[in-house]
Design a protein around this ligand. Structure first.
Ligand SMILES: *Cc1c(COP(=O)(O)O)cnc(C)c1O
Length: 387
């Protein structure tokens, strides 16, 4: 029976007629790169976060956004940035782009997010910033991390690639007290523009630097100061900037994806809770819910096998694939990746919680286009594999 059903991918974007019509409108408009739709997407994003004092800057990936945020904060050679080993390499690679060093720390096994006590223990005179990741869509312990940052004079850049919408202390990620927050609109994220991201900050100077560096280091303000009228052709290059702007074609998708973010979230949460209920009696650790009253974005649904499961992670993934169900692992921790391991002489024993989680975890499909029957198909396949 399983092989008569079509393969169920691990992730699928949900692109509707409104997104398609807006993209077509953009194509017909003659303005396909950054322009009015990117601006509208940024304005809509501030409105979504509910705070008009935020600067929202659309970029062509979250990786680009993280790079811009750290660059604008002045991170450079000799500096250290603390982040979690249990993340995608993008979180850490941007630190190396700037010639600074990455200090990886372990996770709290209950939340799979960075452990604030280990962050504090890792602070040295060279530490300049902390980069928390809201793993899977659950907020990292932001009150503790912001307190550590304040006491040690550190910057905080949130990797919020999974965290739309996520809350901490009742406030949406993006509006917390960090220096910058970066969202991803990659194809498998909670909303998508194909490729894309958004940098959010309250700091006007930081926003100005990010806007300049997003597009080649171009600036028109110097001219503005001396003349009332800036010729349309005039610009100044104030730094060797990057090419990180989001196209209007991508932003056209984002405008409509954002309108659906709440409905998408409700569907993801319903799938997560259906999984929770189905797996309650099995020898599995289900991902933690957000504390009462908080939002968990449910970008990922990472299961962990217990010793009683009687099957290892690799065998379970093989059986799910054999049943036509795609799944994945989030993440192979950075301390196991050759570049990071060798550069910093990292050993798995230094990251026992991430290591243990990695060895026992797999991420099940969780996306809005899954039907209830799809969810039950995954549940049945997991049950069968666990005997
Ligand atoms: C997806 C992801 C990124 C990178 O996002 P892009 O938009 O693809 O650059 C960064 N960090 C984490 C944790 C991610 O999952």
């Amino acid at each position: 029976m399983p092989d008569t059903l079509p393969f169920m991918p691990f992730a699928l974007p949900e692109i509707g007629d409104a997104e398609i019509a807006e993209v077509v409108d953009t194509l017909r408009s003659g303005w396909v790169t950054t322009g009015p739709k990117a601006k509208r997407f940024e304005d809509d994003f501030s409105a979504f976060l509910g705070d008009a004092s935020l600067h929202c800057m659309a970029v062509n990936s979250a990786t680009a956004g993280l790079h811009l945020a750290l660059e604008a904060l002045g991170i450079g050679p000799g500096d250290e940035v603390i982040t979690t080993t249990h993340t995608f390499t993008a979180t850490a690679e941007v630190v190396r782009y700037l010639g600074a060093d990455v200090v990886l720390v372990d996770i709290d096994p209950a939340t799979l997010c960075i452990d604030p006590a280990l962050v504090e223990a890792a602070v040295t005179p060279r530490t300049k910033a902390i980069m928390p990741v809201h793993y899977g869509g659950l907020a990292a312990d932001m009150p503790a991390l912001l307190d550590i940052a304040k006491r040690h004079g550190l910057k905080v850049v949130e990797d919020a690639a999974h965290a739309l919408p996520t809350t901490s202390g009742g406030a949406l990620v993006g509006t917390l007290g960090s220096d910058a927050t970066v969202f991803s609109f990659y194809a498998n994220k909670t909303i998508t523009t194909g490729e894309g991201g958004m940098v959010v900050t309250r700091d006007a100077d930081l926003a100005k630097r990010i806007r300049t560096m997003r597009l080649h280091g171009m600036n028109r303000d110097a001219f503005d100061r001396f003349t009332a009228k800036v010729p349309s052709w005039y610009y100044e290059i104030v730094a060797p900037g990057f090419k990180y702007n989001l196209t209007d074609i991508a932003a056209a998708m984002g405008i409509h994806q954002l309108k659906r973010a709440r409905a998408f979230h409700a569907r993801r949460a319903a799938i997560a809770h259906a999984y929770h209920a189905a797996f309650a009696e099995l020898p599995l650790i289900v991902p933690p819910d957000a504390p009462a009253g908080e939002l968990h974005a449910w970008h990922l649904y990472p299961l962990r096998l217990t010793d009683a499961a009687g099957i290892d992670r690799d065998a379970l993934i093989e059986q799910l694939f054999a049943a036509g169900i795609g799944c994945s692992v989030h993440y192979i921790p950075l301390h196991l990746q050759p570049y990071w391991r060798d550069r910093y002489a990292l050993r798995a024993e230094s990251f026992p919680h991430s290591q243990r989680a990695f060895e026992r975890m797999l991420s099940l499909p969780i996306y809005t286009r899954m039907t209830d029957a799809d969810v039950q198909r995954v549940v049945a396949a997991v049950r069968r594999a666990l005997g």
